[in-house]
Design a protein around this ligand. Sequence first.
Ligand code: 6PG
Length: 477
Amino acid sequence: MAENGADIGVYGLGTMGSALALNLADSGFTVAVTNRETDWIDTFVAEDASLSGKLVPAYDLQSFVRAIATPRTILFMIPSGAPMDAMIDEVLPLLEEGDTIIDGGNADFNATRRRFDKLKDTGKHFVGMGVSGGEFGARTGPSMMVGGSRHSWQQMKPMAEAIAAKFEGDPCVAHLGPDGAGHFVKTVHNGIEYADMQMIAELYGLLRDAGDWEAARIGKLFEGWTKGPLSSYLMEISGAALQATDPKTGAPMVDVILDQAGQKGTGRWTVIEALKMGQSASAIEAAVGARGWSAEKTTREAAEPLLEPGTTGFELPDAQDLEHAMLAGRILAHAQGFRILTTASETFEWDLDLARIAEIWRAGCIIRSALLDDFADAFRGELPQGHLILAPAMRTALAEALPGLRRVVAAGVGAGVALPGLSAALAWYDSIRRGRGTANLIQAQRDFFGAHGFERIDEDGKHHVDWPALCPAERDP
Ligand code: 6PG
């Protein structure tokens, strides 16, 4: 292979990197490939003989960079954080003006903004790109969220569009804004992913613990839902997983799996960033929190015989209520996610196109679902306050599904089965739909104990009163 010939370079041949490199090669692009552990490279290139002509192995950084046509596009699929900073320092001196390096990992968007700024005045470009869809998606068509300069986007667009998942022919990739926009949108995607997974798991828990349903029966119910408005990848795999059998014991697979889930951090980042911007992502926070509690297995086991279940009587909701609860929960969790995107867009001046984001999530990514097409339509249509739940179609869907969500949450409360995601979504809905909330009392409390001042409904400005002087003299201290 002649020097300077490859269309793109992929550094990092782990699961996602090698799948993306093969996808690019499959789409007709010549791909220079390398890896820090060089002994992986030949095995990787030899794996698929039909594509090996499109893969250009390089065994050190210099020859890797030289193998790529200028202006270069280099995709790094390496662990996020310090390794990415070290990589930038290493590769930067080898690059020329106009070259673009892409971080395709799940990076903290704050770091992406910092890296983008670092390269800004060097004539070289940094792109933060969220890639969703797991290994299979990366190989056959992921959804990709790009943040960076227009120059980089023009350069990478034909390749990105060629390898992306397609929804009715429309590639699920877009340039969403500068600096950290792509990684931020991917972070929120993952936050929604956490909430959706959690709500599905909660309905499983209610049926298992309060209804005594076996895993396969629950799996069948979920499978049925994939034919209706709840059609989605996560519902599909949950239904299938619940019906899988352990080859070792013959028991349902889920019954032999430890009830303890890990997390890599993107769900938590969504919540942290939402809080920093004064936003609520309560359904997502509930899901992140639930993973935390799941890790406290020993405490939960010790607590079970010691703490009262608090059962007050309940009626197991019917299948339609359960389906409606999931539908309402899913709409509300997405609405929280999109609300965070709106606020971030204003805060960082990204001008995010929410409809386009919903569109590129319709295929390839983990949260792909039938609803995303409806969300895209909602963002393109009449949208009071720019808020998803106020779109006419969403109001209709919520009006139909809310009674089911209420009955399901009530059943969980009655049965003593925790439904943190669904409850948080419902509580948020009930907060947002009330013109008059209860923060008037919060203002009074703050002013009472700390003279923080309060606003009145009938007069402008900040006010403060001598609270004890205004209270009945005979009140209890
Ligand atoms: C995706 C996923 C992926 C993520 C996994 C695991 O969109 O393909 O979001 O990026 O790494 O879902 O995330 P946790 O380990 O945090 O659950």
